[in-house]
Write a protein that binds this ligand. Structure first.
Ligand code: 5HY
Length: 245
């Protein structure tokens, strides 16, 4: 299968990290393409960044009609519902994927994300996905997203310390890493802390492969029905959907 992974922010080094994490777990027949838009925020930290990342992300998806499935590689699952409306093939958000995996491994989990500004949106998703009774807490380690790209930063140690607090205070039995930029840290942190530490990129790759293998596609009979053709004007004129799409 051809699996396209879209990093909605514009930081190419993070896209590379994401692609490597995906290829590390992909099945032999899965071709991974990791991309990001040229327009939009360098990182997504809260509601304002999120909005401006979505048009570029959708454009990247629209430019790849050959993909058998897509992964949205931002833990906020940025634009996930719009993406599922736009394309017929499965679209997996790394946040939703990681939370599903956590519920298969533990009675309760905590999320460790970057900054406090990101927490409310992730808490909303926990409730939206039906995991409120399984997620002990969404925590922030107060590491800016782009600090994860800085080898000299103390990001890893701060994430590790937050995991220790989640184990002690939340009695978390598993940890979900709340940023795509943390994808390369999961295995080492799991070994260090002695519990499952789940990366959403790897989780989403395997779920996408499963859905493709089952021949399953997104339902188009309700909320994810194709957008109705209509005029789009101004900067978004190119986003208009025709009946041929
Ligand atoms: C992410 N931001 O996965 C989110 C994480 C966050 O640019 N990629 C980003 O902090 O919300």
């Amino acid at each position: 299968m051809h699996l396209t992974i879209v990093n909605p922010n514009t930081t190419i080094t993070m896209t590379h990290t994401i692609g490597e994490a995906a290829r590390a777990v992909a099945a032999p027949g899965t071709r991974i393409e990791a991309v990001n838009p040229d327009s939009g925020p360098a990182s997504i930290e809260g509601y304002y960044d999120e909005v401006f990342s979505i048009p570029g992300m959708l454009a990247e998806m629209r430019a790849r009609p050959h993909a058998d499935a897509f992964v949205i590689a931002c833990f906020d699952d940025t634009g996930l519902d719009a993406a599922r409306s736009l394309v017929k093939v499965p679209v997996i958000g790394i946040g939703e994927a990681a939370m599903h995996m956590a519920t298969l491994l533990a009675t309760k989990f905590s999320v460790v994300t970057t900054l406090a500004v990101s927490v409310p949106a992730l808490e909303h998703n926990v409730h939206k996905y039906g995991f409120a009774h399984r997620c002990a807490r969404v925590r922030a380690c107060e590491v800016p997203v782009l600090e994860l790209e800085n080898p000299a930063s103390d990001a890893r140690s701060r994430i590790s310390a937050e995991i220790a607090r989640a184990k002690a205070d939340d009695r978390a039995e598993a940890i979900v890493l709340g940023c795509a930029g943390m994808a390369d840290l999961a295995a080492a942190l799991s070994a260090e802390h002695g519990l499952p530490v789940i990366d959403g990129v790897a989780s989403a790759v395997k779920l996408a492969e499963s859905l493709h293998g089952l021949g399953m596609k997104t339902s188009k009979v309700g909320g994810y029905a194709p957008p109705r053709p209509k005029t789009y004007s101004g900067a978004f004129a190119s986003a208009a959907v025709s009946t041929e799409d």
